[in-house]
Design a protein around this ligand. Structure first.
Ligand code: SAM
Length: 225
């Protein structure tokens, strides 16, 4: 999978070099490129924003700079993800859907967001016929300062679903959200007693049927909270 992210803060993406994501890049499972939006400005101040038409507080990111940055990335079969708190809320179902994609672009807004015509432009039929899709996505019902953290969240949730990224792919089979409403049972490891708190007896029993039943009950009870 190829991933591009466009941002005015490329430094935000340093954690992508760590852990599973770092390894997935070393192993060529994912190819991630971070692009600095300011590289596409032409004025001396490298400005990317301007005042909103219609008035109001804050600044809006200029469409022509986004266009310059995004045009060269728009290859056939691409999902352009415009991060916005007004978008469709990201969940595990969307993560699975996007894990099937071959190319994702994350457009990270700042200030009051990106001029609405950017999404409108790439959603036109001439792009759709090339397999270019535009999605406005939110990672939750709260407002962040910028789309970078949202892109990191999505990249991690999506890429851990790709074959070869997790050390043990069986981890994906039973985890929370594998089906709508499913939450995983609580997990325990050694020691058997920690600060007077004991591991549930059934987990020490070696009785696989009883363990599976207990776990299913615990998972169901968590889902009811
Ligand atoms: N004026 C916008 C509004 O009220 O909908 C909020 C803009 S926010 C301060 C700046 C940028 O942060 C957005 O353009 C978006 O890229 C990102 N952002 C903020 N909250 C987000 C969320 N919940 N999910 C995804 N991106 C978010």
């Amino acid at each position: 999978m190829k991933i591009d992210a466009v941002t005015i803060f490329p430094e935000y993406f340093a954690p992508l070099q760590l852990s599973l994501l770092g390894k997935a890049q070393e192993n060529d499972i994912i190819d991630i490129a971070i692009h600095n939006l300011r590289d596409y400005t032409e004025d001396n101040h490298h400005s990317v924003d301007d005042t909103p038409y219609g008035g109001g507080a804050g600044m809006v990111m200029k469409p022509e700079i986004w266009g310059q940055a995004l045009d060269p990335l728009m290859i056939p079969d691409t999902d352009l993800i415009i991060l916005t708190p007004a978008g469709k809320v990201f969940d595990q179902k969307m993560a699975h859907e996007l894990a099937q994609a071959s190319h994702l672009i994350f457009a990270c807004g700042r200030y009051e967001g990106i001029d609405a015509r950017v999404g409108q432009y790439y959603a036109q039929a001439s792009f759709a016929t090339q397999g270019i899709r535009v999605r406005e996505v939110s990672i939750g019902d709260y407002v962040l300062g910028g789309g970078e953290v949202a892109a990191l969240v999505m990249i991690e949730a999506i890429t851990r679903l790709l074959p070869g990224v997790l050390g043990n792919p069986e981890s994906l089979a039973e985890e929370s959200h594998v089906e709508e409403g499913f939450l995983e049972y609580p997990n325990y490891t050694k020691p058997k007693i920690w600060r007077d708190l004991e591991v549930p007896e059934v987990l020490l029993s070696g009785n696989h049927g009883a363990i599976a039943k207990w776990r299913a009950e615990q998972a169901a009870a968590r889902g009811e909270d």
